[in-house]
Structure formats: C-alpha cells, structure tokens
Design a protein. Structure first.
Ligand code: MEV
Length: 310
C-alpha cells in the first residue's frame, strides 16, 4: 500500500504583506502532518474515490465537480497524462482545520504525492507546489503561493510572490511553541478583510507592508546567522504591524501577552490571524513555563516544534 504525507506550516514573518508582493519566511511543521494512503478499490466501484476522513466525506472523481481534493486528483492525472485509476485514496490530517497552519494545502500535497507515486511518476517539489497552488486558488482566490511552496519543499523558505522560492538554512535550531486560539479563521476571510481595508487606506497599508518587508529581510539574516537572541524582538515588531493591519484579535493578544510574561523571547500570530495560531519563541529552559502560560491564557492546544534541525 502506498502511503505518503505532507507537513503543516508556520509563517515565521511576513504573512499578509506577502500577498502584496513583499517577502515572507515560512517553515514546515514537520510533526503535524496530513497523510494519504492508496488501496486498490474493491468495494467502491470503478474509478477514483477519495475518502476525506476529517471532513467525513467520500468523493467520487467522476461525480464531483466542486471539491478541492477532486481538483487536485484531476490536476495530477492531467499533468501525468494518466487515465483515472480504480483506487481508493484515504486522506486524513492531524493539522487543525482553519488554524492558519496550512491544513488544506497539506492534504492536497499528500494526495498529490500518493497519486503520482501510485502512477509510477512521483511529482518533485516544484511540480507538486504548482498543482497545490491551483487548489489553493480554488479555495482562497488570491493566495500568495507561500503555503503550497513550504509544504511541498518541506524546508524553510524565503518567498516572494512570482519568484522561485529560496530555500535557506538556519545557523542554529529555533524552538517554537505553536498555540491554538481554538477560533477557526478561514484564510480567505482574513485576506479579504485586509484587501477591503487596503482599498480604503492604500498609503497606510503599503507603508505597513514595507515595514514588514524590512522585518522579514532582517529576520532572514538573523536566522541564517543563528543569532536567535535577536529574533524575539523582530517577532514582536511583526506582531505590532499585524495588529495595526487589523488581523490580530483579543484571543491572539492574550496568548501573545501570556507567552511574553511566561518567558518567551517573542511571539506573534502566524498565518491569516483573526483566530488561528500564535507562535512563541522559547528555549529548552523556558518551554514548559511558556506552554503552561499559554494554556492558562486559553490556548486549546500547544505544539512544540524545532525548525532548522539537521
Ligand atoms: C496564509 O498562510 C498566509 C497569508 O499571507 C495568505 C497568503 O499568503 O496567501 C495570510
């Protein structure tokens, strides 16, 4: 049986501004993954069937015009010039849905990997990313392309819309806690809100995006140099710009403040914001205390991740 997986993602710096052609930094969330496994279909009939366990949905490719997973399967078949096989693909994900952690892109990527492997032509990262981007467009309208990129490459990336992604290495591992507000926040709504406000206040928003671009470029240098001590204030500065952009919220603010009070060196929302997740920079010594502070402040789940290992 073929079984593949793809990680979730966190945006380290630059969310939202990246939609407006500024740079952003993202990293895979290797411990939180979506999986896809393939069985030869015996009971489901001819053609390709997708069982989306978390959505409690079964999709038959021949009947389903309007589902992102069906679109992903069709894109893979078209790309490979393959006929529809008679198989069942089961997809499931440990990544919270609508939490800004790339759950949709990860499920599409896992499906694309499994199906292309089954057809004997596994897609490489650029091809997979391109197809997942098409599905992201179907869901989100105007995605920057950063989610599909980091999830397909599974490496930290410096991303500017329309340019080839730059995979980069960290000078030393960075430990983060990812704390879930428990408030679902579909990315397209947060992105739509920013667009509406940008249309009314273009100059203010363009200036905000420029300041974030400056933070992103500094953060890349700091990460590559392994100067983790300088990272926290940059995260806090990015959070302030996101607040000014109107994508923070009381729940996010509570988690950011709690993380800082418990010893985190810097914290910010990650992804679309409004609800979703907060990332907090920790050390081996501070991690337990910051985790406890986040849970006490209302986080419904806290994941630990290390980026730049190995
Ligand atoms: C979502 O992970 C990041 C946003 O910048 C949207 C996008 O880049 O498409 C909010």
């Amino acid at each position: 049986m073929i079984s593949t997986s793809a990680p979730g993602k966190i945006i380290l710096f630059g969310e939202h501004a990246v939609v407006y052609n500024r740079p952003a930094l993202a990293a895979p969330l290797s411990g939180l993954r979506a999986t896809a496994s393939i069985e030869e279909a015996t009971t489901t009939g001819a053609g390709l069937t997708i069982r989306a366990v978390d959505l409690d949905t079964t999709i038959r490719l021949q009947e389903s015009a309007e589902h992102g997973l069906a679109l992903m399967a069709r894109l893979v078949l078209d790309r490979l010039g393959a006929a529809e096989p008679t198989i069942t693909v089961t997809v499931e994900s440990a990544i919270p849905i609508a939490g800004g952690l790339g759950s949709g892109a990860a499920v599409s990527a896992a499906l694309g990997k499994a199906l292309s492997a089954h057809l004997g032509a596994p897609l490489d990262a650029p091809a997979l990313s391109e197809l997942v981007y098409e599905v992201e467009r179907f869901y989100h309208g105007t995605p920057s392309g950063i989610d599909n990129t980091v999830i397909s490459y599974e490496k930290p990336v410096y991303f500017v819309r329309g340019r080839p992604p730059e995979v980069f290495s960290l000078g030393m591992p960075v430990q983060l806690l990812v704390a879930d507000t428990g408030i679902p926040s579909p990315t397209h709504e947060a992105v739509g809100g920013v667009r509406a406000r940008w249309q009314h206040e273009r100059d203010r928003y363009e200036a905000l995006f420029d300041r974030i671009a400056g933070i992103v470029d500094t953060a890349r240098t700091v990460l590559e140099a392994g100067a983790v001590g300088q990272l926290g204030p940059l995260m806090t500065a990015n959070q302030h710009e996101l607040e000014a952009m109107g994508v923070s919220s009381p729940a996010i603010g509570r988690l950011v403040t709690a993380a800082r009070s418990a010893g985190s060196l810097g914290a910010k929302l990650s992804g679309g914001g409004v609800g979703g997740n907060v990332i907090a920079l920790v050390t081996a010594e501070s991690a337990d205390q910051v985790r406890a502070g986040l849970l006490a402040a209302g986080a419904v789940a806290v994941y630990q991740t290390t980026i730049g290992e190995g």
